[in-house]
Design a binder for this molecule. Structure first.
Ligand code: SF4
Ligand code: SF4
Length: 426
């Protein structure tokens, strides 16, 4: 970062020393994880720039937008409909929680056996190191897993404003009606805080912006099916992570620019690895910035990740919203239909998820699946067993890794991943 953002961070109420300590770890980690990869597409320079300015320029944009009267909405989950936020001239930003920070402080509020994602969210808020939390006018919590649902009761006191959205657990007509009512309540809430009214044109604009962003990610996913892989899994994941922070139109343009470049690479049969390199589909819990541990290990063993069945990945970006409705109600119905397709493990049953994994593995020509479960995440860790059984039955080798944000188990995971890649090679 070339500009001195410290006055802005101070004004946002950050703890400057703790924030310096965080950036002191993140910068070198990024360099070591991403900048050492060979033969990256040129277009990744944009994402390197975004990441180098993730606490700088992007936050400055949010601060300026707020001064101009726009509202910033922070969210932890892919169930929060960005279309609605954009339709009311708001800006949606993801709150990452992909690293350990102030875990001791977080554990004063939460049991130790809470997943790292929730503890990370508390740690970042308590330590005052996340400018996205500080720059948000409101944070949306969602009643998804029990951990999040109960922790929002405590989190409410740590942030200026929290709006909790109930999310159904069953994809039934009643579940759909609940989501529809909750999205309508979200519209009313945002109308009240923005002083704007939702109308057909603004909602169509919101849908178009998010559909364009998702369509660009679908295009990227199709290109990652090529062998040799034209882009690394780490860079693919990074784009999925930046999806949650960047200005939607600028992000869409940047992804499409990379896709143009990847098409040329594919035409030249050029890749980041050799043709025939073992291809892995990662499936499971979301990997928020800067959670790059497992992909680094997998690609460090000589395999390549070709897709992410994850909320920071295809589970989050799948399916476009039908934009043909002629009234706000019809468009809201279409938004609900789209969000109900998310195969999150909080749903019971959640059979469509394993079908989605199989379909992704087929279209991406994956040789195997690495299932990633965050420790103490009951929904995904419990679902991992039946998922593994079904994938193996379909002839898709599967490795289950349960881990957290710590580095203590890196050696042990590497050994297991190496053995798995050997199995795929055999
Ligand atoms: S895994 Fe489920 S609860 Fe977590 S971000 Fe995704 S949709 Fe939300
Ligand atoms: S990783 Fe699992 S336990 Fe943690 S917030 Fe997501 S769904 Fe809940």
């Amino acid at each position: 970062m070339s500009t001195d953002y410290r006055p802005m961070w101070k004004e946002l109420g950050l703890d400057l020393d703790a924030h310096d300590a965080l950036l002191g770890v993140l910068g070198p980690l990024y360099q070591q994880t991403f900048m050492t990869q060979p033969n990256r597409p040129d277009g990744m320079k944009y994402f390197d720039f975004v990441m180098s300015e993730v606490h700088g320029l992007r936050i400055q944009e949010l601060v300026e937008a707020r001064k101009a009267g726009r509202k910033v909405v922070g969210a932890f989950c892919t169930f929060v409909p960005e279309e609605i936020v954009l339709a009311l001239d708001g800006i949606l930003v993801g709150l990452c929680a992909g690293a350990e920070f102030a875990t001791g402080e977080a554990e004063k509020h939460l049991p130790r056996n809470t997943c790292a994602l929730i503890k990370g969210a508390f740690g970042f808020a308590l330590a005052r190191v996340c400018p996205y939390v500080s720059a948000s006018d409101v944070i949306v919590g969602e009643n998804t897993c029990d951990g999040k649902k109960k922790s929002y009761e405590i989190f409410r006191d740590l942030v200026p404003r929290l709006h909790v959205m109930d999310i159904p657990q069953v994809k039934s007509p009643e579940g759909r009606a609940l989501m529809r009512a909750e999205f309508a309540r979200f519209v009313a809430f945002l109308e009240q805080i923005t002083g704007r009214d939702m109308n057909v044109e603004s909602l169509k604009r919101g849908i178009a912006a998010v559909n364009a962003k998702r369509a660009a990610m679908h295009r990227l996913a199709r290109l990652r099916a090529a062998d040799p892989a034209p882009i690394s899994g780490l860079d693919g994941l990074l784009m999925n992570q930046v999806y949650f922070y960047d200005d939607p139109a600028r992000f869409t343009g940047s992804v499409n620019a990379i896709c143009d470049e990847l098409e040329q690479r594919i035409a030249r049969q050029e890749g980041v690895v050799r043709k025939g390199t073992p291809r892995i589909l990662v499936s499971g819990c979301p990997m928020a910035v800067p959670n790059w541990k497992l992909p680094s290990i997998i690609e460090g063993t000589g395999a390549v990740i070709v897709g992410e069945e994850s909320c920071v990945g295809e589970r989050g970006t799948q399916a476009l919203t039908d934009d043909t409705g002629r009234t706000v109600d019809e468009l809201l119905d279409a938004i609900v239909d789209r969000y109900l397709k998310i195969d999150c493990a909080i749903f019971t049953p959640n059979d469509s998820r394993v079908e989605h994994i199989l379909a992704m593995a087929g279209s991406l020509k994956a040789d195997g699946v690495v299932h990633y479960g965050l420790q103490f995440c009951s929904p995904y860790q419990i679902e991992a067993g039946p998922v593994e059984k079904r994938l193996e039955k379909e002839g898709l080798p599967t490795l289950r890794i349960d881990t957290d944000y710590g580095q203590e188990d890196v050696g042990q995971i590497r050994t297991r991943v190496e053995a798995f890649i050997e199995r795929l090679r055999g």
